[in-house]
Design a protein around this ligand. Structure first.
Ligand code: PHE
Length: 460
């Protein structure tokens, strides 16, 4: 059993969990998912899912982690329900899959930092070729995974969280400045309209489950990352307050990223549904238009901070399988870290080469009832983010409500929040884990699998 060092203060845990939540999911993925999902409609669904469905799951994950002080597989065994450790096993698979492609994108972001330093503002126009250069972006990915592994192996993520407390506000300031700048451009308000005013005709089942997957992904939920982090939380901490802070930080940064991107996209006359290249295609030109020195400074700082935000997320992603291997298989931490990181890097190779370099992984799969082929990276996203994470959330809420049950679940929360059981939060949480999450997440899981993978559209 690893010795749990514990976070030094409440802010230590909140900063680490927020560091896990805030990452490429907010700044890279959120804007292009909004763009593909028709704008305002996606935004509203995403917000509703974060607060109504994800929040109760987040509280349950942290409580399970703190109670058991274990990794997501061991946690359910300690509670006396070994069969439910299937949740943790599913989480391990999700974590490995997510980190495998996440690391590739983090490599792009890091590479863009170097391009910006060199003043290469036209890189956005060559994004397609850039990601095809697998030796170069592969090397960046390797550097990124190596850095993540190094941090996890030394158990020094505490230092990273401290740095993040300074760096993340800087990123937010840059983003807010870009929001202000973008609003002065032609067509900016078209972008704002697209983002904020919902067009009801865009409501499709696909938009619903993409928004759900995005909410879970962005909040790092459904795979036990917060069970793992929760295992380091002190008993006198208020889990509810922590969860509120984490959720607002994450949702707030995603919201700002959208405000920044859509005016820029519309002012450049680009389609908002440009897919995963959206920020990489749009932003370099914007930095270039700021003028040489300033463009280099802001552009490189932006991509450096984005890489940093990604790093606090990759650390939490790697920590999940590593804590499992260390606790349950009794392998030394350093060895476990490098082994797991290597495996994940290899699992990520098809995602790396499936962006134009290898035809087989670029046109990887065509689902039943679909005309388009999906590349490997998107396929992994469909399986892990959009399907497994909400499934994990469904199981966690069922477990907390009906297996672990109220007295123990609420008892754990009450340790750091004395009046909890009589507060409005307990009603909100109870309704969430007992009724809302199981029904909606369960139903959406079935509909998603049928629609996405089998082309069976139950609801048009
Ligand atoms: N939430 C992270 C992001 O938005 C990604 C992540 C998902 C991290 C799941 C941990 C677990 O970038």
């Amino acid at each position: 059993m690893a010795i749990r060092s514990g976070f030094s203060s409440r802010l230590g845990f909140v900063a680490a969990a927020a560091g896990s939540a805030v990452g490429l999911g907010n700044i890279w993925k959120f804007p292009f998912e909004v763009g593909a999902g028709g704008g305002g409609v996606f935004l509203i669904m995403y917000l509703a899912f974060c607060f109504l469905l994800c929040f109760p799951v987040m509280v349950a994950e942290i409580a399970i982690g703190r109670k058991t002080q274990r990794n997501p597989v061991g946690a359910f065994k300690v509670l006396g329900f070994p069969k439910w450790s299937i949740i943790g096993k599913l989480g391990l698979v999700s974590g490995v899959l997510i980190l495998s492609f996440y690391n590739v994108v983090a490599g792009w972001a890091f590479g863009y930092f170097l391009e910006m330093i060199m003043g290469n503002f036209t890189i956005g126009e060559h994004f397609g070729e850039y990601i095809k250069d697998v030796v170069k972006v592969g090397a960046y990915g390797l550097i990124f995974m190596g850095t993540t592994a190094y941090i996890v192996s030394k158990g020094i993520s505490g230092g990273i969280e401290k740095a993040a407390k300074l760096l993340m506000p800087t990123l937010v300031i840059i983003m807010l400045s870009l929001v202000a700048y973008s609003l002065t451009l032609d067509n900016a308000w078209e972008g704002i309209k697209f983002y904020l005013v919902p067009d009801i005709s865009e409501v499709r089942l696909e938009v619903v489950y993409k928004a759900l997957g995005q909410a879970f992904f962005s909040l790092s939920l459904g795979m036990g990352a917060l069970i793992t982090y929760g295992s380091y939380v002190g008993k006198n901490e208020n889990i509810i307050t922590s969860a509120v802070l984490i959720t607002f930080a994450d949702v707030g940064i995603a919201f700002i990223a959208g405000l920044m991107m859509f005016p820029l996209v519309f002012s450049q006359g680009l389609p908002p549904n440009g897919g995963p290249g959206l920020i990489f295609v749009t932003l370099p030109g914007v930095f270039g238009s700021l003028g040489g020195g300033l463009g280099i400074f802001i552009g490189s700082l932006f991509f450096l901070l984005l890489s940093f935000a990604a790093l606090t997320s990759t650390v939490s992603l790697l920590e999940v399988p590593v804590s499992y291997v260390v606790d349950e298989l009794d392998i030394r931490r350093t060895k476990a870290v490098w082994l797991v990181a290597l495996i994940i890097f290899v699992v990520g190779l098809p995602s790396l080469i499936g962006n134009g370099y290898s035809a087989m992984f670029t046109n990887f799969i065509t689902y039943l009832g679909d005309e388009k082929t999906t590349n490997f990276m998107d396929f992994v996203g469909h399986v892990a983010n959009d399907t497994f994470l909400p499934l994990g959330g469904f199981l966690i809420s069922m477990f907390a409500a009906y297996i672990w049950k109220k007295p123990k679940f609420y008892g754990e929360i009450s340790k750091g929040y004395p009046g909890f059981e009589n507060s409005i939060w307990s009603k909100y949480l109870g309704f969430g884990v007992r009724y809302l999450c199981p029904t909606i997440l369960g139903l959406l899981f079935i509909l998603t699998v049928l629609d996405r993978f089998f082309g069976i559209t139950v609801i048009a």
